[in-house]
Design a protein. Structure first.
Length: 501
């Protein structure tokens, strides 16, 4: 019985620890508590992932009330895989944040930062663990409200405008999701996801369910920043503290992608969404436009955090492209890219944050000559940058290889070509930064002469993610197996290898 309670611990632990960070009133103790709790959540998440790989679905009835009447915490391989990514990245970001926020957040706001971070972790863990559609919305709002706070904490006053824009767009997205969930409840009389799936399948479609699906997909698309509903993301990532950018880029949008996958495959069913409603073509077009439009936007930026922000929207395009292929292979490739992109973008934003810590700027000019002055930081940036491009022996290559393979399995030669072309565009905006660091002379000034390597607490988590990009590019047994198992669970009875049945 005790083992079952592990299912709810990734939600309960950060929820209890969040207010304690404020009550402690000491930033060092708050950092230590937040890091320990996040680390413990990561260990529990890994154990749950291994259990899910071995046993299948894990279920826990809150308060002893069995579903569908009671609230169910439910983990399958897909949710356990993303939960492990979220808690792992959270722990590394908190280690990194101890030094990073010293120059980016006012000292009086440090305990608030750790509280908001843990509340965001609570919400993200809840989204991934709940088996109830309404509670999914509740946890989504918990994480969103904490995220708005995190974005606004930067000393740069533009963070307030970015947080407000994020708040407005996020509220619109949440409203759409709530309306969609309400329509599902109105038609089926239940909120439990498995019960919803059974009743929707029995009904066979209706105008109410179709409208509810449309509202949910639009709302979730706002949350995951799918083009053209992505305009909140670049300013939010650019003007928020570097630790926040690293955390959100690696986790928040990935969890939103999971939410879309959950509604499509678990609740409505892939055949209904893709074949009956024809959403595969819509998502495919939006994904391809996102890849190219936002890659071109990334090339045009001088602020490196903005470059990475637009790159994130483009990479989200790859994830949605995999889902839109409506095949088990495409879904697996999309889920694998969720995992790999968290490693890439976390390392990149951490490297940029280290540059900001030492130079006070993230303009591309500030990177000139840093290859010699900050060799470890820039080496980590290069490794993660190569992974974004999809260079062989990196994690990014693996997921893009599976994406191309999934497209070719369905004879989509043009889509496979576009995936490769999008990777070439990534070469341009990543190489601009590498060129400045290694091939251009630094601007001569007194401040530039004092630039040195980032602190150890920033380098260690950065390099863990950078080396993970290489490790999961060489040994794909764990990541591919988890993504394959997750795809098999989600696609069960709705997808074949070749597409919608």
């Amino acid at each position: 019985m005790f083992g079952q309670h592990f299912l709810i611990l990734p939600i309960v632990l950060p929820l209890i620890a969040a207010p304690l960070c404020i009550l402690l009133g000491h930033r060092q103790l708050a950092w230590l508590l937040a890091t320990l709790v996040s680390g413990l959540s990561f260990v529990i998440s890994i154990s749950l992932l291994l259990a899910a790989l071995d046993q299948g679905v894990l279920s826990y009835a809150v308060g002893g009330w069995e579903a569908p009447w009671g609230i169910e915490v439910r983990l399958d391989v897909a949710s356990a895989m993303v939960l492990s990514v979220v808690t792992g990245i959270s722990t590394l970001v908190l280690i990194y944040a101890k030094a990073s926020i010293e120059t980016e957040i006012d000292t009086s706001q440090h305990t608030l930062f750790y509280t908001a971070h843990l509340l965001c972790l609570t919400g993200l863990s809840g989204i991934l663990s709940t088996g109830d559609a309404f509670n999914l919305f509740v946890f989504l709002e918990i994480s969103s409200l904490a995220t708005y706070t995190l974005v606004s904490l930067a000393s740069d006053k533009r963070s307030l405008t970015a947080a407000f824009r994020y708040l407005v767009m996020g509220t619109i997205g949440a409203t759409f999701i709530l309306i969609g969930v309400g329509m599902m409840y109105m038609q089926t009389g239940t909120l439990n996801m498995l019960d919803l799936a059974d009743r929707i399948a029995a009904i066979g479609g209706s105008r109410t369910l179709n409208t509810g699906l449309a509202f949910i997909l639009v709302g979730v698309s706002v949350k995951l920043a799918l083009f053209p509903l992505h305009m909140w993301l670049p300013p939010a990532y650019t003007h928020s503290p570097s630790a926040v950018s690293a955390f959100l880029a690696s986790t928040a949008t990935k969890v939103a992608v999971y939410v879309m996958v959950r509604f499509i495959f678990t609740i409505y069913g892939a055949e209904y969404v893709f074949h009956t409603m024809g959403m595969d073509l819509i998502l495919l077009v939006l994904a391809i436009v996102a890849i190219f439009k936002c890659s071109f936007m990334a090339m045009a930026q001088s602020n490196v955090k903005t470059v990475l922000a637009y790159s994130s929207v483009a990479q989200i395009g790859y994830m949605i492209l995999g889902i839109s292929l409506a095949s088990a292979a495409g879904l697996m490739a999309g889920l694998l890219h969720v995992f790999n992109h968290a490693l890439m973008k976390g390392a990149l934003f951490m490297a940029v944050g280290a540059v900001l810590y030492r130079t006070g700027s993230v303009d591309i000019k500030a990177f000139r000559g840093l290859g010699k002055k900050m060799p470890l930081t820039m080496a980590a940036f290069v490794i993660a940058g190569m992974s974004i491009v999809g260079v062989p022996l990196t994690a990014g290559f693996v997921s893009k290889w599976y994406l191309v393979t999934a497209a070719l399995e369905q004879q989509h030669w043009l889509i496979a070509f576009l995936i490769l072309l999008g990777s070439l565009l990534a070469v341009i905006y990543i190489f601009r930064i590498i060129e400045a660091a290694y091939l251009k002379k630094p601007i001569e000034s007194a401040a530039n002469k004092d630039i040195k390597e980032a602190p150890l607490l920033m380098l260690v988590p950065m390099w863990i993610l950078a080396l993970a990009n290489i490790y999961f590019g060489l040994d794909t047994s764990l990541s591919v197996a988890a993504a394959q198992s997750a795809s098999d669970w989600l696609a069960l009875s709705t997808l074949s290898e070749g597409g919608v049945q």
